[in-house]
Design a protein around this ligand. Structure first.
Ligand SMILES: Cc1cc2nc3c(=O)[nH]c(=O)nc-3n(C[C@H](O)[C@H](O)[C@H](O)COP(=O)(O)O)c2cc1C
Length: 411
């Protein structure tokens, strides 16, 4: 079966495809691992289901049972962003989805789309595929640098329909089974899958059981169906995730509806899963796992009064992210995308600065640091909020209430 290549981007994107530091990449950053020359060990063995389940849990325990996990995001869960999220509480992360055929065939794609370093663990490397041999070839190249090779079975986009991968493999479960089995029988590293649910719970449960039986060591369940593409419109179905968790013996992760750290705790309590993946929320607020909330989620909550300026803002996070990019080069298009998402609230106050960024075809770090400085000087600071620690002694003395969360933007 063939896979459709990624279509050619428009000309402005071509400039953004260039790595933010070709020089460093050519000389190999000393801490960044050289993936292109990876060679691999012996194949995994065929084990009984009991032994496989035991092995899956031993692995999960060895990784420290991560609860807070960066979801896979094309062009967005790249190394510097994973490291930024890790600094603010993420305990594991997925790479963006990598196209297994292009990854096997093209060195430039490998070098640009997958970089890692020794701090970047636990790591799931995700591939899309529809051919077991091609998938194995790609997986073998990353096996030494990750804790799971993950198969993307959830992408609902048109490109996945055309390429026959992601959620469209839900129409061909024997093929899915053969993808999982091929990896399990030939890799030493553990194999995981990320799925969407079927509209019918019984179909979802049979699907999940099939993956477990095929040797999948960990299952991440996005609680939306293939047709529920818009995460803002459709709430993820946690009760379906709970049923999957109850039906399986391997570790299960949940995905969907996480806007703040309390949502993670609620999701784990409600579904019984081991951990939770977050995507869109992290893009705006990479510090969500450290308990920070954007104004949108601090102000809307019933406990609004408990939230105070956390002493951190998205401008600070952009600066930290850019520094990580200087150390671990990635294509400019990824950097551009993160700057837009993290500074979205600030750009709404000063749209002319966003226009300046849009007009800049060739980015530099100097220019981007300048954008943050400019926004700060213009008085567009938007804080991230944290829950105030309640001091019961003070409460008893009837001290005055804490300052209310600012609804308007602070200068
Ligand atoms: C920008 C972006 C890129 C994504 N890329 C991938 C991907 O490469 N692989 C994947 O399995 N899911 C991908 N997703 C889906 C997310 O991993 C996640 O399943 C979905 O956004 C629901 O989680 P959320 O409610 O926390 O956003 C992507 C989502 C976003 C927003």
């Amino acid at each position: 079966m063939t896979q459709t290549p990624i279509p050619n981007p428009d000309p402005s994107q071509v400039l953004d495809d260039v790595l933010c530091s070709e020089q460093k990449r050519d000389g190999q950053n000393e801490e960044t691992v050289d993936v292109a020359s990876a060679s691999l060990g012996s194949p995994g063995r065929v084990l009984s289901i009991d032994a496989r389940v035991e092995r899956a849990w031993a692995h999960w325990n060895k990784l420290g049972r991560p609860k807070y996990i960066v979801a896979p995001m094309v062009d967005n869960s790249e190394l510097p962003f994973r490291l930024l999220c890790q600094k603010y509480g993420a305990q594991a992360a997925y790479t963006p989805m990598l196209h297994s055929r292009i990854f096997s065939e093209t060195e430039k794609y490998r070098n640009q789309e997958f970089t890692t370093c020794k701090e970047d663990r636990p790591l799931f490397v995700q591939f899309c595929a529809n051919d077991p041999d091609t998938l194995l070839e790609a997986a073998k190249r990353v096996e030494p640098y990750c804790d799971y090779v993950d198969i993307n079975l959830g992408c609902p986009q048109r490109i996945a329909r055309r390429g026959n991968y992601g959620a469209f493999l839900m129409d061909n479960l024997p093929l899915v089974k053969s993808l999982v089995e091929k990896l399990v029988q030939n890799l030493n590293v553990h194999v995981s899958c990320k799925i969407r649910i079927f509209p019918n719970i019984q179909d979802t449960l049979s699907y999940a059981k099939m993956l477990e039986d095929a040797g999948c060591s960990l299952l991440a369940v996005h609680g939306r169906t293939r047709d529920e593409k818009d995460g803002k419109k459709f709430r993820a179905n946690w009760s379906a995730i709970k049923e999957v968790k109850n039906a399986l013996r391997i570790p299960v992760l949940a995905n969907g509806n996480v806007r703040c750290i309390e949502d993670v705790d609620d999701c784990i309590k409600e579904t019984g899963v081991e951990g939770v993946l977050s995507a869109e929320t992290l893009l705006e607020n990479p510090a969500v796992f450290a308990g920070f909330r954007t104004a949108e989620w601090a102000k809307g909550s019933e406990e609004e009064e408990e939230f105070v300026d956390g002493g951190l803002d998205q401008g600070d996070l952009v600066v930290e992210y850019l520094k990580l990019c200087e150390k671990h080069p990635v294509p400019w298009r990824m950097i551009r995308s993160h700057v837009h998402k993290m500074l979205g609230d600030w750009f709404r106050v000063h749209p002319q600065v966003r226009e300046e960024l849009n007009a800049q075809n060739i980015l530099t770090f100097e220019f981007l640091y300048g954008i943050v400085d400019q926004l700060k000087e213009l008085g567009g600071r938007v804080p991230l909020y944290k829950k105030r620690k309640i001091d019961n002694t003070l409460k008893q003395q009837e001290s005055p209430p804490p300052p209310k969360v600012q609804k308007t933007l602070e200068s």
